[in-house]
Design a protein. Structure first.
Length: 435
């Protein structure tokens, strides 16, 4: 089969062609998909669970991105915005915070007359299927509209769509603390002492964290960001103690590489290294959590350390253990996901964190993102499944290609190109390098 054989069949089925494309999530990638659809004059609806555009980004809005503006703006979004007099940030080399990304790019984009009437806030998609077809029925499937079940204003409603782009991210479905991938036993009893990744250490969460013993669990960039912020808090607030707990012997993902062109991200690693070396952050490695218990107003983590039973006491835990996609709502959709990463099967080998720790990825579009369910795509952060290395530039190219496919423009859909900064921080468990 050639890629051209994968052209959509919607042009031959009149009812499908009259329906809008459904986009799940008004984050950077959902809104970029909307911009591409608007440019091509294809009807769409964006369903966003939160109260405003970029609700997901707002949850970590106090955090500064490591990418500069030049890697954060989707070309179709930029063309639409510029038509309305918008201009890019004063310096394309500066990296914004999440709030700045939302204020200066995503909210203005969502407010454009080409997009705003089609974005529905407070609309959580709870299931996707085909009209009258569960996943076991095959005949006529590709020609049958999708059905999205939504929860909005306390009501459940069903809507039809011609194609679905699920760009609902992974930020609200974090990995559990336990190395087994399950919630550690006892987690419910101490849930008030476990914070989601990236608390607002200098702002909203400061009073709760000041003067406490805090343990950050996780080895990625979210953990690094939080550790740096907590070390700064400890300077101002005596009694604040910071521990960094990781399950492996070394935290490869935040290790500094001089080859990382995302200099702000590379700096995260070296700053944490320096804080550990100076003793301002205590590092506990090789600790695998299995159970938690309340203890003296705090929390005791039980597990093993280098094969021996171990425990660690602390007041508060920040769970920076990464994220996973919510696949429950896609139960009736025929997905083809990688066993390990839970990303589309053809994309997974390019991003599997067991092989790649970097953000460098080969250009990919609809062909790598397709599933046995024609017209259904995972895009953006969610398309990476459990892999932590997603970059917006990658997602913008994904939705450009997907929308070209929906439009039946196979020449544009199959010509994928992507210019990402070299990250040079890729290493493998086998000791090799892949970037
Ligand atoms: C702290 C941090 C820093 C990052 N820094 C960078 C960086 O420097 N450079 C870079 O390229 N990338 C960066 N990323 C990675 C990535 O670009 C972001 O996570 C980005 O927000 C992903 O965009 P998205 O549109 O795929 O998902 P999201 O931004 O998560 O948007 C998904 C949207 O879907 C909504 N939603 C969720 N479930 C549903 C549902 N069932 N129904 C309806 N709506 C739903 C959410 O409310 C949300 O608004 C960073 C990520 C984090 C967390």
């Amino acid at each position: 089969m050639t890629l051209l054989d994968l052209a959509p069949r919607t042009r031959t089925t009149p009812r499908l062609a009259t329906l809008p494309v459904a986009i799940i999530g008004a984050g950077p990638i959902g809104l970029a998909a909307a911009a591409h659809l608007a440019e091509r004059g294809i009807a769409f609806d964006v369903f966003e669970a939160g109260p405003a555009a970029a609700s997901g980004v707002r949850l970590w809005g106090h955090t500064r991105l490591f990418s500069p503006w030049r890697h954060l703006i989707d070309p179709a979004a930029q063309r639409l915005l510029e038509r309305h007099g918008w201009s890019a940030s004063e310096s394309l080399d500066a990296a914004p915070t999440g709030h700045e990304l939302a204020d200066r790019l995503l909210e203005p984009l969502a407010a454009l007359e080409e997009i705003a009437p089609h974005v529905h806030y407070g609309s959580r998609v709870i299931a996707v299927t085909r009209e009258g077809m569960d996943r076991t029925r095959t005949a006529g499937r590709a020609d049958t509209p999708f059905l999205l079940r939504l929860e909005r204003d306390g009501e459940i409603v069903d809507l039809s769509a011609r194609a679905v782009i699920d760009a609902s991210g992974t930020y609200t479905t974090p990995n559990p603390l336990s190395s087994s991938g399950l919630e550690p036993l006892g987690a419910e009893e101490v849930s008030d002492r476990i914070l989601h990744a990236l608390p607002d250490v200098a702002g909203a969460d400061r009073a709760r964290l000041a003067g406490r013993d805090i343990t950050v669990v996780g080895a990625g960039h979210s953990a690094a960001n939080t550790l740096i912020a907590l070390a700064a808090l400890a300077e101002d607030e005596p009694g604040t103690r910071v521990t960094w707990l990781i399950r492996n012997a070394a935290a490869v993902r935040v290790t500094t590489s001089p080859d990382d062109e995302l200099t702000d991200r590379a700096r995260l690693g070296s700053r944490v290294d320096a804080l550990v070396d100076s003793g301002r952050i205590r590092r506990v490695d090789s600790f695998e959590i299995s159970r938690v218990e309340p203890r003296d107003g705090g929390i005791r983590l039980f597990g093993t350390r280098r094969g021996e039973p171990a425990h660690h006491d602390t007041d508060l835990v920040v769970a920076a253990t990464g994220f996973r996609p919510d696949l429950d709502m896609l139960r009736e959709i025929r997905l083809e996901l990688d066993d390990i990463v839970e990303a589309p099967k053809r994309l997974a080998p390019l991003i599997d964190p067991n092989v790649h720790t970097c953000g460098t990825v080969e250009p990919h579009g609809f062909a790598e993102l397709r599933h046995p369910e024609p017209g259904f795509f995972l895009a953006g952060m969610k398309s990476y499944g459990r892999a932590p290395t997603f970059l917006l530039a990658t997602g913008y190219e994904q939705v450009r290609s997907i929308v070209a496919w929906i439009a039946g423009d196979m020449a544009a859909a199959t010509t994928v190109s992507l210019t990402l900064p070299a990250t040079g921080v890729c290493s493998t468990d086998l000791g090799g390098s892949c970037c």
